[in-house]
Design a protein around this ligand. Structure first.
Ligand SMILES: Nc1nc2c(c(=O)[nH]1)N[C@H]1C(S)=C(S)[C@@H](COP(=O)(O)O)O[C@H]1N2
Ligand SMILES: [Mo]
Length: 508
């Protein structure tokens, strides 16, 4: 018996340790990427319909629990088998675990919208399980099976303690992982059940002339899955919309709170706004454009009645991040909104579900608070915010910039007419012209696509008669006030980069 149960225990302990590590990684870094649930999802897709129906017929809504319990049993039995195999024919047990890990990676990567990072929990699970199994089975081989051996009991105790610790540590990690990710999973379920209200004011349709059909050019509206993401959240806040409240207070005559249901009953407006991160380098991709659905913050502030000397609104997220927005940007006529929808979808969890701020014309770090729960009306000389505490400027108006999307830098193109194209932006001012320079030649006017509004970026294109050799291309925008984009190079710190985007191409 001993020759089966002890090796089996090493396998079970290794699996527990591995799954625990994978669950923790997924809870903190790869939201919704739990290796066990990912495999479960693939199993659901693979089992034949008759079996699925039979399980649902017998267990009803408990079908998910049946799946998870079955998976757990399969995992533990497989673990026992791996431990036994490892004790007989090393490294057969570790190979079995590696195959299981490969199945997990496959399951993670075949899910819709999966990215390469989604494979990480399965890889971590397999690697940890393999390392633990290798160690425990080496220890097991070192133990002496007879009680009379002088050191046998000591090594045996060491083996038992290590096996028990691996198993217990893994089990605790699974529980911690589940607790940590439960808020996220609950929010994901609430979001899936949520239907956006119809806008009271629909966005004007995107003009057909706003887009050029040029491969490689950024689409005028960024799909949610491709929208850049920047935040300090290690764990995406999982907010229950039924308990979400926004508190509006501080230097106001009339403090109040707003629930999600109350917000949704207000007349919501749609508007397109291009968001930009202050950390966007010249030519960088921390900029995207969406059509947002939300409620104008100016109406809420009008209800709160700010005191005359208030000049800033300090917004705070559920996880304690803060931004200080000049009050005029939230009270003038621009589409500064509390957004609940993004491109016709509820806000994705990573973009602020259930509610975020969107303010045209300002970098995200001073305006675009995701998971917003608090608006404190105050003054710039009384309050600081997350990034201003770290050396960034108090004020963050978006700077006039332009970018070349095609050709990609350092590629080879064929001589003749080459499409050069990209985007230019100056939110809440608007772009009036874009010019392109080849090598040291004159600045030549590019064609501008139609503007959606002054709050969005604008596509441009230029037909370049490319001659053989190495060339550099630069781009330069002019805003609606006639200011020309500066060529002076500034770093992103403290208030956004400047300079001209330049690419090199080889024409063959
Ligand atoms: N709660 C919270 N909101 C936040 C941030 C953050 O770290 N936490 N980052 C801000 C920054 S710096 C930017 S550029 C935008 C990015 O929004 P996005 O991730 O939806 O593109 O969110 C802003 N809102
Ligand atoms: Mo940012």
């Amino acid at each position: 018996m001993v020759s089966f149960w002890r090796p089996a225990a090493t396998g079970v302990a290794s699996i527990l340790a591995g799954v625990g590590a994978g669950e923790l990684i997924s809870a903190f870094f790869v939201q919704n990427g739990s290796p066990v649930l990912v495999v479960g999802a693939l199993v659901i897709d693979l089992v034949p319909a008759w079996l699925k129906n039979a399980v649902i017929a017998v267990f009803g809504t408990g079908d998910k629990a049946v799946l998870v319990v079955s998976l757990a049993v399969v995992l533990l039995v497989a673990g026992a088998l791996a431990g036994w195999l490892e004790s007989r024919w090393p490294p057969a047990g570790r190979i079995l675990i590696a195959l299981g890990g490969a199945f997990g990676v496959l399951a993670a990567l075949t899910r819709s919208g999966a990215g390469i990072e989604d494979a990480a929990p399965s890889v971590v699970t397999a690697v940890v399980a393999i390392l633990v199994l290798g160690r425990l089975s080496r220890m097991l081989r070192g133990t002496t099976p007879t009680r009379v051996a002088p050191n046998g009991s000591v090594t045996r105790r060491r083996f038992l303690v290590n096996t028990g610790a691996a198993a217990a540590g893994g089990a605790i990690a699974v529980v911690v992982g589940q607790v940590v990710s439960s808020g996220y999973r609950a929010a994901a379920a609430a979001r899936a059940a949520f239907h956006l209200p119809t806008p009271a004011v629909a966005a004007p349709p995107i003009p057909p002339g706003a887009s050029f059909d040029i491969p490689g050019l950024s689409p005028i509206v960024t799909p949610n899955a491709d929208f850049y993401r920047i935040d300090t959240a290690l764990q995406i806040p999982g907010i229950d919309p039924s308990t979400w409240r926004l508190r509006i207070h501080g230097m106001v005559e009339n403090e109040f709170e707003l629930s999600f249901a109350e917000l949704l009953k207000l007349p919501l407006e749609e508007s397109s706004t291009t968001l930009t991160c202050v950390s966007n380098e010249v030519g960088g991709n921390l900029i995207s454009n969406a059509t947002w659905l939300g409620y104008p913050i100016r109406h809420l502030l009008a209800r709160a009645k700010p005191k005359a000397d208030a000049d800033m609104v300090l917004s705070k997220s559920q996880d304690g991040w803060t931004a200080g927005t000049p009050i005029e940007a939230l009270t003038d006529e621009r589409n500064a909104i509390l957004a609940v929808g993004m491109n016709g979808q509820p806000l994705p969890l990573e973009h602020g579900y259930p509610v975020r701020m969107v303010v045209p014309g300002l970098y995200g770090y001073v305006s675009a608070t995701k998971w917003v729960v608090d608006l404190n009306v105050t003054r710039f000389d009384l309050a600081t915010s997350y990034w201003t505490d770290r050396g960034w400027s108090q004020r963050g108006p978006v700077k006039l910039e332009s970018r070349i999307d095609v050709p990609a830098s350092n590629v080879q193109v064929k001589a003749g007419t080459v499409a050069v194209a990209g985007v230019a932006w100056s939110q809440h001012v608007g772009v009036s012209a874009v010019h392109v320079q080849i090598d040291d030649g004159p600045w030549q006017q590019a064609d501008l696509a139609d503007a959606i509004s002054i709050d969005t970026w604008r596509q441009w294109k230029f037909a370049w008669q490319a001659e053989k050799g190495s060339h550099s291309i630069r781009v330069r925008a002019t805003d609606a006030r006639g200011s020309v984009q500066t060529s002076e190079v500034a770093d992103v710190v403290p208030d956004g980069a400047t300079g001209l985007h330049r690419i090199s191409v080889t024409v063959a």
